[in-house]
Design a protein around this ligand. Sequence first.
Ligand SMILES: Nc1nc2c(ncn2[C@@H]2O[C@H](COP(=O)(O)OP(=O)(O)O)[C@@H](O)[C@H]2O)c(=O)[nH]1
Ligand SMILES: [Mg+2]
Length: 333
Amino acid sequence: MRVGTTALIGRSNVGKSTFLNRVLGEPLAIVSPKPQTTRDALLGVVHRPDAQVAFLDTPGLHRPRSELGRRMNAAAFDAARSADVVVFMTDIGRPPSPGRRRASPRRRTPAARALEVPAEDRALLELLPPVRTLLLVVNKVDTIRDKTLLLPLFETYSAVRGFDAIMPISAKTGTGTREVLDEIARRLPEGTTAFDADTLTNRGTGYLAAEYIREQILLRTDAEVPHAVAVTIEQFEEAEEVVRIAATIHVEKVGQRKVMVGRGGTQLGEIGAASRRRIADLLGKRVRLDLFVRVSDRWKDAPRRLAELGFEPPETTLANLIPIKRSGRRGKT
Ligand SMILES: Nc1nc2c(ncn2[C@@H]2O[C@H](COP(=O)(O)OP(=O)(O)O)[C@@H](O)[C@H]2O)c(=O)[nH]1
Ligand SMILES: [Mg+2]
């Protein structure tokens, strides 16, 4: 039996959380097109007959601009240092989005961009401390037709840092993800299982509920609003068939509250309805959800406010992970 930890690190938005959900076979982690969707490390345990892989999905690495940003980077590097395998994930350049930057003369073709190592990746690979096993996983290959472009890209990455393996995938379609899991399993130490067969993650249902609310906000609001948001759970009462949840959405400015609530409360209503469905699916119970929006000025820069809002110092070693079980209704994959 191969047993160990694998840290998923890389820039924001390259698809780390999508990959985790894919290998778990469950939409555990929140995913959105907005950068910095994942704020703290999330454990997801993959169980196979031959291996148990504890994945740590980490916040995207980036140049920190706030206390929250610094904590997010620290969480990712901590995870990498203590992991048996590090997956450095990147993507092959943004898929051309119609209407955006089309007129820009500096706009390159997707093919040309696919050949480049982004400056941020280069910087991060140089900052990354020595790790036991380092895999380069190049995601979103579904967005290029000409796969021969990948080979020179792999070579360019190899010149920046030595990788134990380089693998192309599409976390979205599933192409290559099985091979990555096999490669990881092969490289884990032999051992006895660290988790029960039904352990899915270390996060409690309250944490996940707050995250699923934040996910809907990220998916439904634009501009600066998503990054000004924190969600706290005020009430979480689980009965036999129904769970009653009251949550507060914290924003930084009055204007952001207006956007969040929407005309006649429609926006907030939609956020509530969609996150309620997602939480109900996780818990396998009916959910009654009440949402409130509060203006909490500059919460991102105040360490005490961060602690109050649930951003704890990174907990990324296996020793202090508290496993939670898969809920009964959800089948194993
Ligand atoms: N086309 C394409 N999009 C992807 C793929 N994987 C992830 N995405 C999208 O990329 C965005 C960021 O994904 P996410 O998993 O949140 O990235 P993270 O910040 O690295 O965790 C989301 O809109 C995903 O749907 C992929 O393989 N192909
Ligand atoms: Mg993520």
